[in-house]
Design a protein. Sequence first.
Length: 421
Amino acid sequence: MHAPASPPTARKAALAFIFVTVLLDILAFGVVIPVLPRLIKQMAGGDMVSAAHWVGVIATVFAVVQFFCNPIQGALSDRFGRRPVILLSNLGLGLDFILMAVVQTLPWLVVARVISGMTAASFSTANAYLADVTPPDKRAAAFGALGAAFGVGFVLGPALGGTLGDIDLRLPFWLAAGLALANFCYGFFVLPESLPRERRSARFDARRANPVGALLLLRRYPQVYALAAVVFLSQLAHYVLNTTFVLYADYRYGWGPQAVGFTLGFVGICNGVVQALLVGRIVSRFGERRAIFAGLTFGALGFAWQGLATTGWLSLAAIPLLALWGCAGPATQALVTRQVDPGEQGRLQGALAGLTSLAGILGPSLYTQIFGWSIDKNSPVHLPGAAFLLAASLLLAALVVAWKATRPAADAAPAADAAGP
């Protein structure tokens, strides 16, 4: 079931390649985070409630497209290799960011996000890449290193995007396009293939390269199917940050693009420290199961804190708690990849990415509608942090599911998790 371990030197080189690939990708995404909601607000005539509605619509469209395209991309990577999928993703994203930089109306911005949803495959394929080149007992630390790339990207990207956004709201999109296209060039000349021909799927099965077929793959592995629910609930909670935080910070704390950018940079520093320095140690010391429990608990506390914080300085104190939530993701990924055959790792990651997209279909409209309702002058309750409190509740639900999902495995095979129940 498991892939043979790669030689240590080759594995380290491959990890370095994929680390840089993901770093450049997250930099490209990070620079537009502080400005995209404000650009939407500008196109919507400056109305905050209308902007919240359009942010939800655009994010939902993006997620719907990803929901259908991610399983296709995962199956393609199992059949033809990880490298071409990553390269096409980066090329498509670069061209899409150029389109986003020049459009003048909200419908065209929706079209741009459709293209982005079709091509944004490198994150799930990168996870499959790591599973290809990393032995099972090292995967949690490897996924943590990938999380560190996200952290570094979020240190530099939002801070840079916020600074450039103060000059011109469209300038960060041009920078993002340059980064994505540079990543394409980097991958074309440097990134090696991780999946040998003999380990690839014999054919591309269109019947399985769809959301339903991907979910049926998860059902073949009972623990994976249960942990997939944890992934879904966690991602659904995470969308409160993607869709609501910028508008929330603008409304409640009066933060502009630069303040939001520096705040997200602080988020990136905290996440980078946790992913690079703590995840591997925590999993090694306490086991994957307890790492999941601890991460989800810290995440729930962080969201609750964020939702109740009445000042910007108080909200900053929630960030380290949310960073510790990052222990849960790599530990969950490590448990999941152990259960699946090497030739199906791409489809597995495509299925998990499909669940993330499903969360993205539900989350943006859910959170932006709650946020818009909670600040509307006609609302019976004024609670701007209501969306964050809902996210905290979802992580508590994920904690309960994780407890039940991992208990049989922990009881039956304590060697798989040194900590046990």
